[in-house]
Design a protein around this ligand. Sequence first.
Ligand code: ADP
Ligand code: MG
Length: 576
Amino acid sequence: MTRLWNEPADFADEMVDGFARANGRWVRKVYGGVSRATASADPEVAVVIGGGSGHYPAFAGLVGPGLAHGAAMGNLFASPSAHQVESVARASHRGRGVLLSYGNYAGDVLHFTEAQETLRADGIDCRSVAVIDDIFSAAPDEIEKRRGIAGDLTVFKVAGAAASLGYDLDGVERVAQHANRRTRSMGVAFTGCTMPGAAEPLFSVPEGRMAIGLGIHGEPGLAETAIPSANGLAELFVERLLDEAEIPEGARKSGARVVPILNGLGSVKSEELFVVFSRIAELAEAEGLTLVDPQVGEFCTSFDMAGVSLTLFWLDDELERLWLAPADTPAFRTGSFDAAGLSAIADDGEQAAERSVPAASEESRDAAQRIAALLGAVRDVIDEHADELGRIDAIAGDGDHGIGMKRGARAAAEEASAVVGLGAGARTVLASAADAWADRAGGTSGALWGVILRTLAAHVTDDARVSPEQLGAGLSAASDAVMAYGKAQVGDKTLVDALVPFSGKLAEGLAGGADLPTAWEAAAKAATKAAEDTADLMPGKGRARSHGEKALGVPDPGAVSLALIATTVGSKLAQS
Ligand code: ADP
Ligand code: MG
């Protein structure tokens, strides 16, 4: 249970604010997350980490000398937007390039990759390492598909230490990849977490049972057993992680030097962890391992989830030197960092630039006003259905779809009315709403709604009236753009399953001579039917992929919210 919150949709922002205020010695707040408050005497490669919020100390707690240079912080359990990642990277960059590192989740990969492309196009050398330590998320021969859990610490630490020792970007990338290949984790869970404001936990494990391999957002595990004793859990961890197939290439069990990280997911106490660790150490040593600098505590959490994970980091000489190098961050300190060469970076706050919008014709301004009103209706219908969307997403996804859509739709509506107030035309209002939605929503769906609105913006202008034909063509193009961006096809159980029939039916109606409200209404019906039909589909793309059969019988949340939006806009169009 999360007990303390104000407005759930504001939780992540307020948390970032409090974190930055409490840790001014290490970090300053920048748009999209935090960046170091100090600079080293010699410029370093910038290591920028990040991901959804709700996993403290991952990610912001790891920013400081010897470790990360910045952390992009998304909404709860939702990836930061590409803009946010880009902004934190720019704030942290000191001329020697940027390494982006994050857990391997669809939304994070999408946004960090987009940010990387933007930075490169701007002449900033940028590389990425997606962490893949969780052995239960894919088989050893599909290691690239694994997701990242508490093992992200080893990759971040090694990259940050290399940067601090003056390695160039090639070198930092090389050691980060190497650490990634030599890190293996597995987790178990006893109960799920309850998000701020939610009445129910994201998922539950039957009383007295333990799920094995369960993900940090409630992605299902591989198996379930009775809760073992502390020793029993230690034995399970050691047995699975020392399985032949999980010994990293180039490593050997006997004589290996290994960093163990025993991680509590939120509500398992340090004392319990120490009891488990006592047996882990005994077993690992009996297997011939030498344990180096063990870590027992919280490194990657999931709110109040009751769970434990064990990570093994297989060292070689270089990795050991980098792991043991001093670091000083809010949540991870090791050795004694020599602060003599550090200088403070002025915190200039988030500058509120004077805003202006491109000039627009009266016709286009009228259209902009109607678009802003439609976005207001979208915000209201999403607000009303947010809980339900979160519930559907929790069954086969990570439970954040309601909260993400709510933040996105609110931000888009607010931004639209702000720019309309400044005299914006149709293109500007749609483009501004697109950026606001993508930035504030986070998550895969946030990026995709950004793509939809941005594509629509490109089909209208700030000069002329908006025609039904432009909207029809814009929606067909949006549907193609979403497929190009997210790589999902019809039948993969995503919002594409509702968007394709929607835009198809709209184009068909308009071509057949129907007026906009009539064609839109028929298209919205097709989208609603298609969204319902996604219940029968198995997931193909997106985060729900690892959930397999659990998703059967439940419609795709992104398709459901898209159909809701289409229907609401349709009824508004019919009224006006
Ligand atoms: P996240 O998946 O990052 O948690 P949300 O929960 O907000 O983001 O959105 C989930 C929805 O996003 C899914 O229900 C699906 O409709 C849509 N989605 C996810 N991945 C893709 C993709 N690759 N292409 C199209 N839609 C996708
Ligand atoms: Mg989700």
